[in-house]
Design a protein around this ligand. Structure first.
Ligand code: UD1
Ligand code: CA
Length: 507
């Protein structure tokens, strides 16, 4: 067994990515939950590198800030001018003179690379004691990529860039993936001798190979089993293609792990999302960031969840959620909007055209229709009437509303925070609740209704309404005896501000 090597990872991320036509540096473009450079760093993570160096240049401040968030242990090395991949590695190693052992170099724009593949490349390199080993792949279309040129015996001779290649070399379909393992000492030796005698006038890292070969050093080629892992990203068309490939890879993994995806082609799951067995994801659904879907939960169709936790057995239908928590067996939608810190306890319900922000909705409580719940705490088994607003903002500050357990609030209520409705309390439909409602009380806060008899006949004579009123009056005069004694909803008992039977009836 060879000695275990100290490993250093160098990620090349200084290029502009001209063809992206973006003010965002290429390596910061997002791809299903990570940036391009985030994917590359993730692929290198299991190497257990003692140091990680990221060469930055274009958009260096943005890239540094991103690295501070996702890989605080990495060191950014600044390459002021992009003089080539060889130059980039040279300045990285100049910034880290103590580095020995294995140096693993990865292009920052190869996001589909699997950690296993990098691991195999490095293991092969170290076990063979090679000076340099390149990850290669057989691809259907090698256009634009460096070609692996082998001698008659099949040994690597050199890597030739597309623009410097001969016609015969252009026909080769074995390409350089831009991922390499080097012996640090021998790499340093030759990096200092790179020329810029090529079509781009750049220091090519790939030239290291022919220099090592002519010095008689052992170099190797490690062939990737799945060539799609080696695909780079140079424009947004390629980025979209990579996104589809990664989607399929992620979806296949979840289906094999026991998750039902009813329409994988329209299901986009970030690599950072977790799903439990027997979760069901219906079509047109995006699961992003740190979202977690529990066992037996049904999500979709037409759902976007960002950093949202959905408990076992919950359902989320045609809705959008960010930073929310949906408890076990809870139900959301259709057409709900859950904003950060919306927390639904088990079996809670948030229904149609309901927006919830920074609020707890207790176990079994329901907010079924057309309601805004902001900065509220709702206890257990309560029902909030349709078309209510938790009025949380006084124009300067936000305030909380507290609704107890087993409360029944009427339709079309305004809860002007700070305000509390006690356990078991009711409120009447159409109320503007500005004072606390004690436990068990009925809160009524609305203008008394007054009916002006005959108003339409007097003020709107000759209209269809007046004619209809006349007909109705004639009819009721004729049949009055038949309806005598029938309970008529909404008359004497409820007119005038006293709560009636229909006041809270929007379950
Ligand atoms: C490179 C390889 C090519 C290989 C391909 C795989 C060279 C000369 N060619 O070509 O053989 O098939 O990758 O995708 O290496 N970068 C810097 N500083 C620089 C130049 C580049 O940091 O001065 C970074 C870029 O940001 C990028 C990576 O290095 O992440 C590769 O550079 P790029 O210009 O994309 O190289 P390719 O032409 O794709
Ligand atoms: Ca490239």
């Amino acid at each position: 067994m060879p000695e275990p090597q100290t490993r250093t990872v160098v990620v090349l991320a200084a290029g502009e990515g001209k063809r992206m036509k973006s003010s965002l540096p290429k390596v910061l473009h997002p791809l299903l939950g990570r940036t391009l450079v985030g994917h590359v760093l993730n692929a290198a993570d299991p190497l257990g590198a003692a140091r990680t160096l990221v060469v930055v240049g274009h958009g260096a401040d943005q890239v540094r800030a991103h690295l501070a968030g996702i890989a605080p242990e990495a060191t950014a090395v600044h390459q002021a001018e992009q003089l080539g991949t060889g130059h980039a590695v040279r300045i990285a190693l100049e910034a880290a003179p103590e580095v020995t052992g294995t140096v693993v170099v990865l292009n920052g724009d190869v996001p589909l690379l699997r950690p296993e593949t990098v691991g195999e490349l490095v293991a092969a390199h170290e076990s063979e004691g090679a000076a340099a080993t390149v990850l290669a792949a057989q691809v259907p279309d090698p256009t634009g990529l460096g070609r692996i040129v082998r001698d008659a015996a099949g040994r690597l001779e050199q890597i030739v860039e597309q623009r410097d290649a001969t016609a015969a070399q252009l026909a080769l379909r074995e390409i350089n993936a831009g991922i390499y393992a080097f012996d640090a000492a021998r790499l340093r030796d030759v990096l200092g001798k790179l020329s810029t005698d090529n079509d781009q006038g750049e220091e090519y890292l790939t030239d290291v190979f022919k220099m090592l070969v002519s010095a008689g050093e052992p170099v190797g080629v490690h062939l990737a089993a799945d060539h799609s892992e080696t695909l780079g990203c140079n424009d947004r068309v390629e980025l979209a293609a990579l996104r589809r490939l990664l989607r399929d890879r992620v979806n296949e993994r979840w289906m094999r792990a026991g998750v039902s995806l009813l329409d994988p082609e329209t299901t986009w799951i970030d690599v950072t999302v977790a799903l439990d067995r027997d979760a069901v994801v219906d079509q047109n659904t995006q699961l992003r960031g740190g979202s977690v879907i529990g066992s037996g939960a049904v999500v979709g169709p037409d759902v976007t969840l960002i950093d949202t936790v959905v408990g076992p057995g919950a359902t989320v239908l045609r809705s959008h959620a960010v930073g929310a928590e949906v408890g076990p067996g809870a139900s959301v939608g259709p057409y709900a909007y859950l904003r950060p810190d919306a927390r639904l306890a088990e079996r809670a319900k948030v229904g149609t055209f309901v927006e919830v922000k920074n609020s707890e909705i207790g176990a079994g409580s329901k907010v079924p229709h057309l309601t805004y719940v902001g900065d509220a705490t709702i206890g257990e088994q309560s029902n909030i009437g349709a078309a209510s607003v938790f009025v949380n903002y006084d124009g300067v500050r936000k305030h909380r509303t507290v609704i107890g357990s087993h409360a029944r609030t009427g339709a079309d209520n305004m809860f002007v925070a700070p305000v509390e409705v006690g356990d078991g309390a009711y409120t009447a439909a159409g109320s503007v609740i500005i004072e606390n409602v004690p436990a068990g009380a009925m809160g009524v806060a609305r203008a008394r209704q007054r009916n002006i008899e005959g108003w339409v006949l007097k003020r709107r004579a000759g209209t269809a309404a007046a004619e209809a009123a006349e007909r109705a009056q004639g009819a009721s005069a004729g049949t009055s005896s038949a309806s005598e004694g029938e309970p008529i909803h909404g008359t004497a008992e409820s007119v005038g501000g006293r709560p009636g039977a229909g006041d809270t009836a929007t379950e």
